[in-house]
Design a protein around this ligand. Structure first.
Ligand code: GDP
Length: 302
């Protein structure tokens, strides 16, 4: 995960660590290399620029440069700012942003995203995680009436995840499926109802209208956008287009297992203001984790 970025940053830091004294110019030279590494990782330009400005401002302070281990201090500052860039809150702990499920049950989690982003798989992964790790009674319903066999795909994943899925009624439209899912979830005392909405190849008006209609009948506690980490800046742009239309509460970043660069993870919060709540790390239903900014920063610099 993020190996290329990690290698690039570590080679800059090895050089910093190896030096006793550091001058302002040394810091600026190192930061120029960090900036290039971030841009090569497909981090959005303004985000990379801000990051470098913040690190440089803190690092050229006299206390840092006069300390016994200036290289270490600079690396610590980079680490802190990476955590912030990944969405860590100001408390510095860099903990994962929790799901807001503390509403009158069933709490609805609406999953949105483009086709192929990993939305259906992520729906089942999150349902399984909530069932296994938090003891929640979960239910899933597919509202994807466009893609052939999408509803069946979710039913198969539901069996694997041991999570109930709403029975399929052929021909029913998304808003009606959502209403039926809510009724079923209420009757069955479900804690969390996950709605897997339809994907499209591109963000378009019809997709947004459907998302809004589903949101207005289901009143979701969470609207999670699923995007593919491998698409870098495109993932961030997709997130921005959705943010403008539907009240997203967070992002699920899939295929982090295959992403050597990390640009989507590093730009998402600054560009869209939305926290990444989960990371998909493989094809299996267990391959998901809560996105923990401090741990991701550790992996990058580790
Ligand atoms: P959807 O069209 O957005 O619903 O996409 P799917 O959920 O059907 O996923 C498309 C493909 O991506 C499937 O083969 C999934 O197994 C795969 N996939 C989803 N998430 C991940 C992930 O985090 N890592 C990897 N390696 N593959 C994933």
């Amino acid at each position: 995960m993020f190996d290329t970025l990690s290698d690039r940053l570590n080679s800059v830091f090895d050089r910093l660590r190896g030096r006793g004294a550091l001058g302002e110019q040394d810091v600026r030279d190192a930061m120029r290399e960090v900036r290039i590494a971030l841009l090569e990782a497909d981090v959005a330009l303004p985000v990379a620029r801000d990051f470098i400005a913040r690190v440089t401002e803190r690092a050229v302070g006299q206390e840092v440069l006069k300390s016994v281990t200036p290289g270490q201090q600079v690396i610590k500052i980079v680490n802190d700012e990476l955590v912030t860039m990944l969405g860590g809150d100001d408390d510095g702990a860099g903990a994962a942003t929790p799901l807001n499920l503390g509403v009158k049950p069933p709490a609805v989690v609406m999953m949105v995203g483009l086709q192929g982003s990993g939305k259906t798989t992520s729906t089942a992964k999150i349902a399984k995680l909530l069932r296994e790790k938090e003891g929640k009674k979960a239910m899933m319903a597919s509202l994807d009436v466009n893609r052939p066999a999408a509803q069946e795909q979710l039913a198969v994943l539901g069996e694997q995840a041991e999570v109930a899925t709403l029975p399929i009624v052929p021909g029913q439209q998304p808003v009606d499926i959502a209403k039926r899912a809510l009724q079923a979830a209420q009757l069955q005392n479900v804690d969390v109802l996950l709605l897997d909405t339809a994907g499209r190849l591109h963000v378009d008006e019809a997709l947004m209208a459907e998302m809004k209609a589903v949101a207005s009948v289901s009143m979701p506690a969470e609207v999670l956008l699923v995007v593919d980490s491998l698409t870098g800046q495109d993932a961030v742009n997709v997130a921005q287009s959705f943010t403008d239309e539907v009240p997203l509460t967070g992002v699920v970043l899939t295929r982090m297992d295959g992403d050597a660069r990390g640009g989507a993870a590093l730009s998402m919060r600054a560009v869209t203001g939305k926290p990444i709540k989960f990371a998909g790390t493989g094809e299996k239903l267990d391959a998901i984790e809560r996105f923990h900014p401090a741990r991701v920063a550790d992996r990058i610099l580790g």
